[in-house]
Write a protein that binds this ligand. Structure first.
Ligand SMILES: [Zn+2]
Length: 234
């Protein structure tokens, strides 16, 4: 069986920065998230409407979805305009598959974001071009408001982006009916015996042990069975 095609669509790019606030440009965040999600997805064929800072027209984005016969087209955006939180969109007259996929994807992202206390703005419909003209199931997510000081600060945390990317990845698996457990389960290559260095991968630093334990159990659940807590006295 051939792998389902997922088109990831980092919004804006090139001379179109999208929302701009607090020194952030939306186009950069969208791309960062898309690449993080693409790096996590397994068992699907991932296509990106752009993989660098270039302008791609909305029509070209939809054309890629059509050509590729995408099982899911997921457009990634960050919000602005005086609000807070996460929301997802499908087209106003979206078919049942888009409706179903939004229903499965949205709560997975919200679940991943729960440690960050992000407001759920809900499952919405809008006439966005890449949704309206898409021949394939299409969902657009707006992850936080970069003109909100707290949410702009979150977008600058690598840990937050990783959490968001995990949530989006789980959401994609769920929407495709694939097992969600495989999220982040990429096997690390153990260092060969002759290597003289040991590189430790840190996935979080916490002031409270409960939070460290929570992250440890997430890492273990994701397949990193050798994850451990390293305690440093400050
Ligand atoms: Zn946008």
């Amino acid at each position: 069986m051939s792998k389902p095609v997922v088109v990831l669509d980092p919004g804006h790019g090139g001379y179109d920065p999208g929302a701009v606030a607090h020194g952030l440009e939306e186009k950069t965040l969208n791309l960062q998230l898309a690449l993080a999600v693409a790096g996590r997805l397994q068992g699907v064929k991932v296509l990106l409407t752009r993989d660098r800072d270039i302008f791609v027209s909305l029509a070209d984005r939809v054309a890629l979805s059509r050509r590729a016969g995408a099982k899911l087209f997921l457009s990634l955006h960050a919000n602005a305009g005086g609000g807070r939180g996460f929301e997802s969109f499908i087209a106003r007259n979206a078919g049942p598959r888009s409706v179903e996929m939004q229903k499965k994807l949205h709560p997975r992202v919200m679940a991943a974001l729960s440690p960050w206390q992000i407001i759920d703005r809900g499952l919405k419909q809008a006439a966005f071009y890449v949704l309206r003209h898409n021949p394939n199931p299409a969902v657009l997510i707006e992850s936080l408001f970069i003109d909100n000081e707290r949410e702009a600060a979150l977008w600058q945390k690598e840990q937050f982006i990783n959490t968001l990317a995990d949530g989006v990845t789980r959401g994609i698996y769920s929407s495709l009916g694939l097992p969600v457990e495989q999220t982040g389960s990429k096997k690390k290559t153990p260092p060969a015996a002759e290597h003289k260095s040991l590189y430790t991968v840190q996935v979080g630093a916490f002031a409270y042990i409960e939070n460290a334990r929570q992250r440890l159990s997430e890492a273990r659940a994701a397949g990193f069975s050798d994850a451990y807590i390293y305690h440093k006295q400050l």
